[in-house]
Design a protein around this ligand. Structure first.
Ligand code: GDP
Length: 300
């Protein structure tokens, strides 16, 4: 995966060096852990996540499972893999569907994070699983957001509820509420509400997102974050967690070749599961997120 290109190379090179050794000394372990720490920091993984990750790897690498292993180097690779799976969330977590349809899914995140594109991707994915999703255009802020949602809705083969002209005009909270009512009336089983972001965290935007959350009482609030956001991931994720108390995370732009540290930080920073990954601009560049698969791609 491009977003982890450099991190992946550095981790595999560091771990490969252990292969020439028989038993591992404490200083071998420390040297390896130091290199892992540097590689993670250079990939923009948040400091608190790097600290707990390296502490866990070090403790296990110095313990009996490596000391008594026939192949200590391989055992360390396994430990790093396990711990990567751990910081990515362990098990994958599917969407929580409402007992009484429609399931309401709200998208939140900064402008440009990829929310509108994701709305189309998610709708197409759910349609493929036999659901009938309705997209609701509550981003009335960004010029063309409504039109863009209509375009992705068309590509996904799903309908878009968009009664307002957009571009600063209309009431996004009302659109969200009416959209959900419309879905109930017309028996759609899933509603995906696209909301407005700003370029940076902004009190007005957060208030609006919180108002929409209260108005539609979603089953899932997905925080959409650009994996390339770097160290800003920490403040952004925490602001959205406080502002809208999201239930899950979607990582976008994992195809980008910048440093994808946000991907490795977000679960540790928020405690919320990463549920989907977006890996390109077309609607099919999308997959449910599997921590174990992602970890093995990084260590590939
Ligand atoms: P929004 O402001 O959050 O609704 O973001 P958009 O959905 O409009 O996406 C912003 C830009 O990022 C658009 O040009 C999208 O085509 C692009 N984009 C979205 N997701 C991805 C992705 O996974 N990979 C890449 N390379 N581009 C993406």
């Amino acid at each position: 995966m491009a977003a982890f290109g450099s991190l992946s190379t550095r981790l595999t090179e560091t771990l490969a060096k252990l292969r020439t050794k028989g038993k591992l000394s404490a200083s071998d372990v420390d040297g390896t852990v130091r290199e892992i720490r540097r590689a993670l920091l250079d990939a923009d993984v948040a400091l608190e996540v790097v600290k707990s990750f390296t502490a866990a790897v070090r403790e296990r690498a110095l313990g009996a499972e490596v000391g008594e292993a026939l192949n200590p180097a391989q055992q360390v690779v396994k430990i790093v893999n396990d711990e990567l799976v751990g910081i990515l969330g362990g098990e994958s977590r599917p969407l929580q569907l409402a007992k009484q349809p429609p399931t309401v899914i709200m998208l939140a995140g900064l402008q440009g994070a990829g929310k509108t594109t994701l709305a189309g991707k998610l709708a197409k994915h759910l349609r493929g699983k036999g659901h009938q999703p309705l997209l609701v255009a509550s981003d009335l802020q960004r010029p063309n957001a409504v039109t863009q949602l209509q375009v992705v809705g068309g590509q996904a083969g799903v309908e878009v509820y968009a009664p307002e002209p957009g571009n600063g005009v209309g009431d996004p909270v009302k659109v969200a509420r009416d959209g959900v009512a419309e879905a109930k009336r017309r028996q759609y089983d899933i509603v995906i509400v696209d909301t407005a972001g700003r370029l940076g965290v902004d009190a007005d935007m957060m208030r609006q997102a919180a108002d929409i959350r209260r108005a539609v009482d979603p089953d899932e609030v997905l925080f959409v974050i650009d994996a390339m956001i770097g160290q800003d991931a920490v403040a952004t994720a925490k602001a959205f967690q406080e502002g809208v108390d999201f239930t899950g995370v979607v990582l976008t732009k994992l195809d980008g070749d910048a440093r994808g540290g946000a991907a490795l930080s977000i679960r540790g920073l928020t405690g919320k599961p990463i549920m989907f990954a977006s890996t390109g601009e077309t609607l099919d560049d999308f997959e449910p997120f599997h921590p174990d698969r992602m970890a093995s791609r990084i260590l590939d």
